[in-house]
Design a protein around this ligand. Structure first.
Ligand SMILES: [Zn+2]
Length: 233
């Protein structure tokens, strides 16, 4: 092997690594763009995917019952993937700028009453509108978010850091809320404990749950992400 060839052979793996790195970076950027331009993760941002124009004026056409409590609806159709089914307001999808007082939306109205009450009191005290990007979600909606997260992050393990399965999600039980405004997030991070409103995951500054002991004891330590939450086991 001549010297030039040896040099090329030395260079090639480095060039390939650079190329692979560029592809990975491009993929990450694409994923970030998918979730709304920032690396916020799907939990808060995925609802925007489902906030396409028209969802609220497009009730289910799959022959589901039109009446009945929202909590009974949103089941994944037997034999069908959750991703096949359009989710809408009845699944908890919310329009932009829905606040904690917009209880007519199932995504807000189906929240745990104690959580909702704490949020409304905190909103009044703060003087700011508490915009909700996602609150209660049907099991079908949650499954769809999980499928999207697996597609975006490329693995079930990575997706689990951002989106819980439907049978474990605190959104499906109405026990969690995602607040979209960063100013509200930081106000609540500072003052939320007095209302029992606590951050739960270090990677999700928008996700709050009710911790009734927090007014006396403060909020418990956060988990690094949902995958570290023992409730997910
Ligand atoms: Zn959340």
């Amino acid at each position: 092997m001549d010297q030039a060839k040896q040099a090329r052979n030395r260079i090639r793996p480095a060039a390939v690594a650079t190329l692979v790195g560029a592809f990975v970076a491009a993929g990450l950027l694409a994923a970030a763009a998918l979730v709304g331009g920032t690396v916020e993760g799907l939990d808060a941002a995925a609802s925007s995917i489902l906030r396409q124009p028209g969802w609220s004026s497009a009730p289910s056409t799959r022959g589901e019952p039109v009446s009945g409590p929202a909590k009974r609806r949103g089941q994944v159709a037997p034999g069908g993937s959750a991703a096949d089914r359009a989710v809408g307001s009845d699944d908890g999808a919310l329009p932009d700028r829905a606040t904690v007082f917009d209880v007519g939306y199932p995504g807000i109205g189906n929240l745990d009453p104690a959580l909702l009450s704490a949020l409304q009191t905190a909103a009044q005290d703060s003087g700011a509108a508490f915009y909700v990007s996602s609150g209660w979600r049907s099991a079908a909606y949650q499954e769809q978010l999980l499928e999207q997260a697996i597609a975006t992050y490329g693995s079930t393990a990575e997706a689990a850091k951002w989106v819980a399965p439907a049978d474990k999600s605190s959104h499906v039980t109405g026990s969690a809320v995602d607040l979209s405004d960063p100013q509200t997030q930081s106000w609540l991070a500072q003052h939320g404990a007095a209302y029992g409103l606590c951050l739960v995951y270090e990677n999700e500054p928008w996700h709050f749950e009710l911790r009734p002991d927090a007014p006396r004891q403060g909020c418990p330590p956060m988990y690094a992400d949902a995958a570290h939450d023992p409730r997910m086991k």
